[in-house]
Design a protein around this ligand. Structure first.
Ligand code: ADP
Ligand code: ZN
Length: 529
């Protein structure tokens, strides 16, 4: 352990705290960090779900420094690895990375340090780690810990599935005595179950932090025409503050930044099409300014840590609730109130759905992306507390309304759909969870094609004449979102099942209302490049 040799004889948690102070410069552990680290120091594997910015990295870095042997960090992105390793080296930690961008000479030197026991942390990609010769060599090396960063990548139901993560399941068998720590910022219940099953963590502790960010004030509004004018209104109504505006295209960022500048706002555009030097310059400018608005594509974000961002505005919506929360989460890092405002429209959703359809990925992945997109729109267009919806989505239970989002403050009109919801839930019940959405809707509408006598004889068959197929689809979406229904993956042919029993009972009894937002003007005029 090269970082602090004098700590070798101190009890592990003391040593961990000392390293947190000395190496990382933090006074004390935050949230669940201490618990996760204690688990790893006891030599036990674990799954930790901590929100973005929650300080996931020290959870595996510190045990790697305290325990004897090398800490392996499996990470999906070379750029992120390079950042982390550079940061660690600056703090005096013996860290290195092993990936395709590292030259042979540096690699040889890294191996020398590993074999001499001089290295504390090695960052590596999953495919790099799982090469047979690499595993052989590492089997002869004492290991402190194997950290699996962005562990949701192992799950088809995560928002960023990476097939190469699947191989990591073998680590349990290959290194039975080394604690494995899977960490992620985003894992709904199903993704979490998947991670545990795939990474053989069934018997390990699970640490799930609260996703609450009480300083964030959420709102969303339907676009009326293009978003640019509305963004200018929103930003100019918030003078002398720093903010981020996310736009869906490079061109969009340039145009919105220009419109903001014309309105007197110091705005900068940022996207992957800009020269690297220019990007760095603008990032620097933004980080240093007391008052600047960055108009960016999602290329902007990773590793950006500006504490005083007072608002994040989505001129175009993101693709999932994970992305939504991550992007809005860049506001209010200092704990002071900050706003997350999302502009959305049905045209945005249609466009995003089309893009998913065109992607060169498995159908299963497309289905997941589609589902995640729809869940986001159910949130944006929903009627219940937004913050509570996000937290439930991430698997938190017994969540209370935030009392400060636009929906808690009651600024939208909604229609009570409890009766229709009762019908949908009874139909799912009668059908015993054997159908997907399309068939469920056919059942409610009493469509007779391919219907068995048994089904046609059920009391719920054809009871849904009051809504169109689209109306039912929206309502089912809402019910899925509220956890009253759930979707079982069933190997890519999802089936709709009843959700949370208490909630369903409440709806049957009329004690719990289901309402959907009243449809606004249908014609929207958003155009995409
Ligand atoms: P994540 O990977 O969970 O998004 P990081 O590990 O990058 O988060 O940490 C986010 C920020 O929080 C970093 O700036 C880090 O220095 C800071 N941080 C981590 N742990 C602590 C702590 N115990 N006290 C204060 N700041 C912390
Ligand atoms: Zn709320």
């Amino acid at each position: 352990m090269s970082a602090a040799p004098d700590l070798l004889r101190t009890p592990p948690m003391e040593a961990a705290r000392e390293i947190l102070r000395r190496v990382f410069g933090h006074k004390d552990f935050r949230g669940l960090q201490g618990d996760v680290i204690a688990e790893a120091l006891a030599g036990r594997s674990a799954l930790a779900v901590l929100p973005t910015g929650g300080g996931k990295s020290v959870c595996y870095q510190i045990p790697s420094l305290v325990r004897p042997g090398l800490g392996l960090v499996v990470s999906p992105l070379i750029a992120l690895m390079a950042d982390q390793v550079a940061g660690l080296q600056q703090s005096g930690v013996a860290a290195a990375r092993m990936d395709s961008n590292v030259d042979p000479q540096t690699k040889a030197e890294t191996w020398r340090r590993i074999e001499a026991g001089e290295l504390d942390l090695l960052y590596i990609s999953p495919e790099g780690l799982m090469q047979p010769w690499m595993l052989d060599r590492l089997k002869r090396t004492p290991l402190a810990l194997i950290a699996i960063d962005e562990a949701h990548c192992v799950s088809q139901w995560g928002h960023d599935f990476r097939p190469e993560y699947r191989m990591l399941g073998k680590l349990a068998e290959l290194f039975p005595d080394v604690p494995r720590l899977a960490v992620t910022a985003t894992a709904d219940n199903r993704t979490r179950d998947d991670i545990r099953a795939e990474l053989k963590l069934e018997d390990s502790a699970e640490f799930v932090a609260s996703f609450a960010r009480p300083e964030l004030i959420l709102s969303a509004e339907r676009k009326k025409g293009g978003a640019q004018k509305r963004v200018v209104e929103l930003v100019t109504a918030r003078p002398n503050r720093s903010g981020v505006v996310y736009a869906g295209s490079r061109d969009g960022t340039e145009k919105i930044a220009e419109a903001l500048r014309q309105a007197g706002v110091p705005a900068l555009a940022y996207h992957a099409g800009l020269e690297r030097r220019l990007r760095e310059e603008r990032l620097e400018q933004f980080l240093e300014a007391d008052e600047a608005v960055m108009v960016a594509t999602i290329a902007f974000g990773m590793g950006v840590d500006k504490p005083d961002v007072r608002f994040v505005i989505h001129a175009d919506p993101p693709a999932s609730i994970e992305a939504y929360w991550q992007e809005i989460g860049r506001a209010g890092r200092d704990g002071e109130p900050a706003e997350g405002i999302t502009l959305y429209g049905s045209a945005d959703m249609a466009w995003a759905l089309r893009r998913i359809g065109e992607r060169d990925v498995d159908d299963g992945v497309k289905q997941v992306q589609t589902r995640k997109l729809r869940q986001l729109y159910a949130l944006l267009d929903g009627t219940g507390c937004r913050a509570a919806a996000v937290r439930r989505y991430f698997g938190e239970e017994a969540v209370k309304p935030c009392g400060q989002c636009d929906l808690c403050l009651g600024e939208v009109e909604t229609t009570d759909m409890t009766v229709a919801a009762q019908k949908a839930l009874s139909a799912v019940h009668r059908l015993g969870g054997r159908f997907g959405r399309g068939r469920l809707i056919d059942h409610l509408l009493g469509k007779t094609k391919d219907v068995s006598d048994h089904e046609a004889g059920l009391p719920t068959f054809g009871i849904g004449g009051e809504l169109s197929a689209v109306g039912w689809r929206d309502l089912i979406e809402q019910l899925l979102f509220e956890g009253l229904l759930r979707e079982d993956p069933n190997d890519g042919r999802p089936l709709i099942m009843l959700g949370e029993a208490d909630g369903v009972r409440g709806v049957y009894r009329g004690e719990r209302q289901v309402s959907v937002r009243t449809q606004a003007e249908p014609a929207e005029t958003v155009r995409r490049p």
